[in-house]
Write a protein that binds this ligand. Structure first.
Ligand SMILES: [Zn+2]
Length: 286
């Protein structure tokens, strides 16, 4: 049995998998993202305790931030997870539970989870459209890491020079425009009563002109980003995951050339599955 946990800026998704890989239990709890490192660890412990049972052999953590997968340590995280930079995620959990624990970046975990459906794929990029915008790329069969474990972090690719301020400190990052938080920011500027991205998609479907403006602007920047990814890495296909990718029909309409676009088959649980993926060794740095 394995426990997979996806630690995001908004919530923690936790799953338990049986030895044959089937889903045995899952639940979601809010992330105390602004309460500091020990509160975040406490929430992870609560999730693990709730899923704990005899025979757990592996705990996998999918975490936002730049993660060194060999040490299981968060090298850098934005203020979306306050105090998480430097957190010794895998060592601390392994010490407490005395079970082999692994940790990797959340978009990389989502990619690893989805790659289970494409075992022969060698060039694939994953975008996770959630509160933020996660990115990970498999190039010639290896996951791009980079010297600071921040390669292919497409959310921080500059789309608008001198544009909106991002949580990473730079300006004009893709995450400011192609994410749930970007949609909500724009939606609240133009419409009343917006508290989540789904409302904007719903009001787009019902034909509200302000919602159409917001969604079309989002689609414009998504297309620019996809074009840049294709030009940089020439992937066989690009997987869209995260909460916003659940509006698949609308996203397909928005993406000008969508022959190389597929949607996450594991939905919102891709990161939690990928955290305990058997494919881990294949994608670790050599
Ligand atoms: Zn950024």
């Amino acid at each position: 049995m394995k426990i997979g946990i996806d630690l995001g800026g908004t919530d923690i998704k936790a799953i338990r998998l049986t030895d044959d890989g089937s889903l045995d239990a899952d639940f979601t709890i809010p992330t105390p993202a602004h309460a500091g490192r020990s509160a975040i660890f406490h929430a992870l412990y609560c999730a693990i305790d709730a899923l704990w049972t005899e025979g757990i052999t592996t705990i996998g953590i999918s975490s936002a931030g730049n993660i060194d997968p060999l040490r299981g340590v968060c090298v850098y995280a934005t203020e979306n997870l306050r105090g998480w930079t430097g957190a010794k995620i895998a060592p601390q959990i392994e010490k407490k539970y005395q079970v082999r624990t692994v940790c990797d970046n959340d978009a990389i975990c989502a990619l690893k989870g989805e790659l289970a459906f494409y075992p022969t794929a060698r060039n694939v990029t994953m975008l996770t459209l959630g509160t933020g915008l996660g990115g990970a790329s498999l190039v010639d069969g290896k996951i791009l890491r980079g010297k600071n474990y921040d390669a292919a972090r497409w959310g921080h690719f500059i789309l608008v020079p001198k544009g909106l301020k991002c949580t990473c400190g730079k300006r004009g990052c893709a995450e400011c425009y192609v994410s749930g938080s970007g949609l909500i920011r724009d939606g609240q500027r133009k419409m009343l009563g917006i508290v989540n991205a789904k409302q904007i998609f719903d009001r787009y479907v019902s034909g509200e002109p302000e919602a159409r403006d917001v969604i079309e602007k989002f689609g414009f920047y998504l297309n620019v980003l996809l074009t840049n990814i294709r030009a940089t890495l020439s992937p066989d296909f690009i997987i869209l995951g995260g909460g916003i990718a659940q509006s698949e029909t609308i996203l397909r309409e928005l993406i000008a050339d969508n022959d190389d676009i597929v949607f996450a088959r594991l939905g919102n649980l891709a990161g939690a599955y990928g955290a305990v993926s058997n494919f881990k060794n294949r994608y670790l740095p050599s």
